[in-house]
Ligand binder design. Structure first.
Ligand code: CP
Ligand code: NVA
Length: 295
């Protein structure tokens, strides 16, 4: 049974196959694999807030013919200390797949191992792999292949989204430059990734400018320190001027205007950024379908 717990769970060829499948879901919504999950229930176990991920998985599973079962982790015994390995073995008797948003990466790994169910990482502290596959899909649909392009991640490069970008840079062979202040740089790297403190070095001639919130879920207690550390690590008009004229600006959302991105850049690039949000639906349908054996 295959799961998708991190970007590197797919080979480059598999990731490409998933993106091709996503294109079918995007262009023929409701008309492809509409019965794939007939009679099946997928549990969505969420320990953190969500708008895009929750709605896109719930709608996506329904449009594949299945039933989503949303479980706020705080409402089930997991929230009172029942171990994830027991939750996994119980749900394995009742549902057919799981989508999990939580803190520890080990929890999604243990759930997959103990349940034997196809399990999808819907965000952990380490990775947000569904988001980054969607981002690459969004870039390529309008700007062509991302291979060899320069992607600048500006802000909290120690967060889940940035880490998934580092792994994706190697998988899709693009150049990633992470601009982050001291203490917030990516904790993983590879030959496709450059780490810098300089926003202008990252943004110069970039093909894609990307940012994420300064304060990820679970880091709220660090808000004052982060607000100080990230001053200047913002996508704004000056930063955009350094990039290539056809540079795309993406943001995983939610956005905090005046923090990681200015309101003017966000609104000027809203068409792309909300298209990106909408693309969560076909890309995640493709991930589910691929894990269910569609090729
Ligand atoms: N980008 C993203 O995952 O959004 P949500 O937190 O709303 O799901
Ligand atoms: N890095 C952010 C992503 C939100 C979609 C967080 O973990 O809160």
């Amino acid at each position: 049974m295959r799961s998708f717990l991190q970007i590197n769970d797919f080979t480059a060829a598999e990731a490409r196959a998933v993106l091709r499948l996503a294109e079918q879901f995007k262009t023929r919504r409701g008309a492809v694999h509409a019965d794939l999950l007939r009679g099946q229930t997928y549990a969505l176990i969420f320990s953190k807030s969500s708008t895009r991920t929750r709605v896109s998985f719930e709608v996506g599973i329904r449009e594949l013919g299945g039933q989503p079962l949303f479980l706020n982790a705080g409402d089930i015994q997991l929230g009172r200390g029942e171990p994830i390995i027991d939750t996994a073995r119980v749900l394995a008797k009742m549902v057919h797949g799981a989508v999990i948003r939580t803190y520890a990466q080990a929890d999604v790994e243990q759930f997959a191992r103990y349940s034997g169910l196809p399990t999808i990482n819907a965000l952990t502290d380490n990775e947000h792999p569904c988001q980054i596959l969607t981002d690459i899909f969004t870039y390529e649909r309008t700007h062509g292949g991302i291979r060899g392009k320069k992607v600048a991640f500006i802000g909290d490069a120690a967060c889940n989204v940035a880490h998934s970008f580092v792994h994706a840079a190697a998988l899709f062979d693009f150049q990633l430059v992470c601009a982050a202040p001291d203490g917030y740089q990516a904790r993983v790297t590879n030959a496709n990734t450059t780490l810098t403190a300089s926003v202008s070095d990252a943004a110069r001639d970039a093909d894609l400018l990307y940012t994420d919130v300064w304060i990820s879920m679970g880091k709220e207690a660090e808000a004052p320190a982060r607000a100080a550390a990230f001053q200047g690590y913002q996508i704004n008009a000056d930063v955009l001027r350094l990039a290539r004229p056809d540079c795309m600006v993406l943001h995983c959302l939610p956005a905090y205007r005046g923090k990681e991105i200015t309101a003017d850049v966000l609104e000027a690039r809203a068409a792309d950024i909300f298209e990106q949000a909408g693309n969560r639906l076909p890309v995640q349908q493709a991930i589910i379908a691929w894990l269910a054996g569609v090729r």
